[in-house]
Write a protein that binds this ligand. Structure first.
Ligand SMILES: [Fe+2]
Length: 451
């Protein structure tokens, strides 16, 4: 028993150190001027992100009665949405209160980090890692990972506003994906769909390792037979939709989506701009022509749904998506990732620690395909599903106000993006956003009924 606890604390400590280091890698290149800007009400300032995740560790320390009286930092503006803690600053106001200052935030991070390491030492020495504490520590690590991705969204949104292509976020580590396939080999991928048999499918996380409470419990669902796109929908296909008048034809749109198209004058995914008749986009690679064989990203649920209708298909529900990603018919069980149970690596998926800072072309990860043969279900772009974000039947909250209170008016996305940390994602992971949101790195793939 002692050995198990010691190993578990060691793992949590290593994860803690890793997650803090990765946050620093992302934050370091940001100037103070840029660190206190809130680019959009959807997001936060970079300074707020890194102070807030530290505040979350502070709350865990306080929960277990750790003394942080030496804390002299003003944390008044760091509560995101927890009614049970201090006063909440509305999200839209975060950019107006750049406190703590960046220098204070950095000191605060070191101070809480030291206290947290002391806390881990204490529970290791006293053999006192109980299940609740382990979940809370893991949750705090995972919470910081979620903010790493949100920070990348904010950096993309902020820097694309500056016309000068060289005025951009300069990542400390950047690696180009060198497994790109020759686009000449890509045929008409819209027709490449994979048949999945119907029947009872158990939705949810199958293992004993960490997962969020909203991935549990596993429960039976019934699926009709369907076929699903082998690849996520790519820019070339989405341009066909645009060129076919997709944004001008109400027939493809849900009512709320059609209102938005007209109100916001949407005519392409977020960040696209037309120069001399060609679609361009400024992202972390600079200003470039939209790459035809990269998964389309930064589209809303409404755009994904409209495209699907135009293509004579529909969006998968989350059980259809998850079965295509995880069911291994030879083993008669699900696997944690599409390729099996091993953690993602550079040969299986494009995630944050791949440091590509962009989606990769379809076909770039043949070793990452699912047992049914679907490519890039993990990494590159989140995939919208048609499912409402509701809590699974039998749901039990493990940390109130974290996943539970958001189960209203949101759609589930699956699979993670190029900005999702490796330790964050698995087939059963449920992300959720409102259907109009386009700032997440969100794409999609379609399905068709076989009945
Ligand atoms: Fe948060």
């Amino acid at each position: 028993m002692t050995q198990v606890i010691t190993n578990e604390v060691k793992r949590l400590r290593q994860d803690f150190l890793n997650v803090r280091k990765t946050t620093s890698i992302i934050f370091e290149p940001i100037s103070i001027e840029d660190a206190v800007m809130q680019s959009d009400p959807f997001g936060s300032t970079p300074n707020w992100h890194i102070a807030h995740v530290t505040w979350f560790f502070q709350k865990i320390l306080e929960k277990y009665k750790q003394d942080i009286s030496a804390n002299s930092i003003n944390t008044d503006y760091l509560n995101s949405y927890y009614q049970r803690y201090s006063k909440i600053l509305p999200k839209t106001e975060r950019g107006k209160y750049p406190r703590p200052k960046v220098s204070e935030t950095l000191k605060y991070r070191v101070m809480i980090e030291d206290l947290f390491l002391e806390f881990l030492d204490y529970i290791e020495k006293n053999n006192s890692l109980i299940q609740n504490i382990a979940y809370d520590i893991e949750l705090a690590n995972q919470h910081e990972m979620q903010h790493q991705e949100l920070l990348v969204y904010d950096l993309q949104h902020y820097f694309q506003k500056f016309e000068d292509p060289s005025d951009n976020y300069e990542p400390k580590i950047i690696k180009r994906n060198n497994t790109l396939i020759d686009s000449g080999n890509i045929g008409n991928i819209q027709d490449e769909m994979i048949k999945i048999p119907g029947g009872i499918y158990e939705l949810g996380f199958p293992g004993d390792d960490f997962c969020y409470d909203n991935e549990l419990p596993e429960h039976k669902t019934y699926l009709n037979p369907y076929e699903i796109d082998k690849y996520p929908v790519v820019n070339r296909e989405f341009i066909e939709f645009i060129d076919a008048g997709g944004y001008q034809n109400y027939r493809f749109w849900l009512s709320d989506g059609w209102d938005l198209v007209n109100e916001k004058q949407w005519n392409a995914p977020l960040y696209w701009r037309k120069i001399d008749g060609q679609w361009y986009k400024k992202d972390f690679r600079g200003l470039n022509k939209v790459s035809p064989y990269e998964p389309v990203t930064n589209v809303s649920y409404f755009e994904a749904d409209a495209y699907s209708k135009w293509a004579g298909k529909r969006l998968p529900n989350e059980a259809e998506w998850e079965k295509a990603a995880s069911w291994n018919d030879d083993l008669k069980r699900k696997t944690t990732y599409p390729w099996g149970d091993n953690l993602p690596s550079d040969s299986t998926a494009n995630l944050l620690e791949s440091w590509t800072w962009a989606p990769s072309q379809i076909g770039s990860y043949p070793f990452g395909k699912s047992h049914y043969g679907c490519h890039q279900m993990i990494g590159d772009v989140w995939e919208w599903t048609s499912s409402e974000y509701v809590l699974y039947p039998g749901f039990r909250s493990k940390f109130s106000e974290y996943t539970d209170k958001w189960a209203i008016n949101q759609k589930v996305l699956r699979g993670g993006s190029f900005a999702t940390p490796i330790m964050q994602i698995r087939n059963s992971y449920r992300n959720y956003f409102k259907p109009h949101e386009r700032i997440p790195f969100s794409g999609f793939r379609c399905v068709r009924d076989l009945l």
